[in-house]
Design a binder for this molecule. Structure first.
Ligand code: GLV
Length: 321
């Protein structure tokens, strides 16, 4: 008999295929399950495993009501601020995420945000779609040169390091702020700042790669945006919660920031539409890991975690030990 699995959101085709081959899973009809639906499905099907994504708030309320036959919950994401890890631990429910496999694609997308924000990609694209009505003088519609700029990275973890590698290829100088200084082989010459506020005045471009959650909520606010030099570019492919969007909009409107490139927002998908009305924003609907290869690898990694636990082995990517 195949193990019973509930999947709270549609998966890429190769992952769906593996699920059908290895698990007994009532496939969701291409729509996201609510917490109540997840609870109902897990309970009525006697599921031993749950595959979820960051759309599902896996909080203490839901975890506390889950039946004992559920043996693992695997999120198909690297971020896990949607999961109450302490509640899972208290119930001894293994929870796992999907680190590593999305590092490169998220770093690539960060470079896309940096380049698009500096080089006015949204405005140029809008001009072309409107018919390119006139030629532009040599002093018009100018962006910012990326090479030679100082890139400040907030959080030099896996993704931050991958962004730093790419940025060096573009001739940028890398600065970073992190809870602790990293060894020289990881720093690769990047300048460490223990205090974010001390780094900000030295950043031409700032890119966030820290974890979401209460400890980083509102890290970029009116006060910290003001510490960036005038004309800086701001990029975020981590979590929207790190940013006070009112303050960001004010900094973009006043011209204190030259531009912003954003993949993540406070409210997703109901993001603050004022950001889309500004000419100097380049916006992406939370797609950091959204390539065929990476989304497939993430789904497979989540299934590997599930398979490990259901066969009595330890999880590969546990969120608690
Ligand atoms: C994407 O945002 C993830 O956490 O995987």
């Amino acid at each position: 008999m195949k193990p019973r699995l509930i999947v709270s959101r549609q998966m890429p085709a190769p992952v769906a295929e593996r699920i059908r081959a290895e698990f007994d899973c009532p496939w969701p009809e291409g729509r996201d399950m609510t917490p109540d639906e997840v609870l109902h499905q897990v309970t009525t099907t006697q599921a031993e495993a749950l595959l979820l994504t960051s759309h599902l708030k896996f909080d203490a309320g839901l975890i506390g009501r889950l039946p004992a036959h559920l043996r693992i919950a695997a999120t198909c994401s690297v971020g896990f601020e949607h999961i109450d890890v302490a509640a899972a631990r208290a119930r001894a429910l293994p929870v796992t995420n999907t680190p590593d496999v999305l590092t490169d694609c998220t770093a690539d997308l960060t470079m896309l945000l940096i380049l698009a924000a500096c080089r006015r990609a949204h405005e140029y694209d809008a001009i072309m779609r409107a018919g390119w009505r006139r030629g532009y003088g040599l002093g018009e519609m100018l962006g910012l040169r990326v090479s030679g700029k100082r890139l400040g990275i907030v959080g030099l973890g896996r993704i931050g390091q991958a962004v730093a590698r790419r940025a060096r290829g573009f001739g940028m100088t890398v600065l970073y702020s992190n809870p602790r200084r990293l060894p020289a082989e990881i720093e690769q010459g990047a300048t460490f700042f223990a205090d974010l506020r001390e780094m900000l005045p030295h950043c031409d471009i700032l890119s966030l790669h820290a974890r979401g959650g209460p400890t980083t909520a509102g890290l970029m606010n009116a006060e910290t945006f003001a510490l960036l030099p005038k004309g800086a570019v701001f990029v975020n492919a981590s979590r929207g919660g790190l940013v006070d969007e009112e303050a960001l909009i004010a900094a973009l409107t006043s011209g204190h920031l030259f531009a912003a490139g954003l993949d993540v927002f406070h409210n997703e998908p109901a993001f603050d539409r004022r950001l889309a009305e500004l000419p100097n924003t380049f916006l992406i609907p939370h797609m950091g890991s959204a390539t065929i290869e990476t989304r497939t690898a993430m789904g497979m990694r989540a299934l590997d975690n599930i398979a490990a636990v259901l066969s009595g082995r330890p999880p590969i990517d546990p969120l608690w030990n």
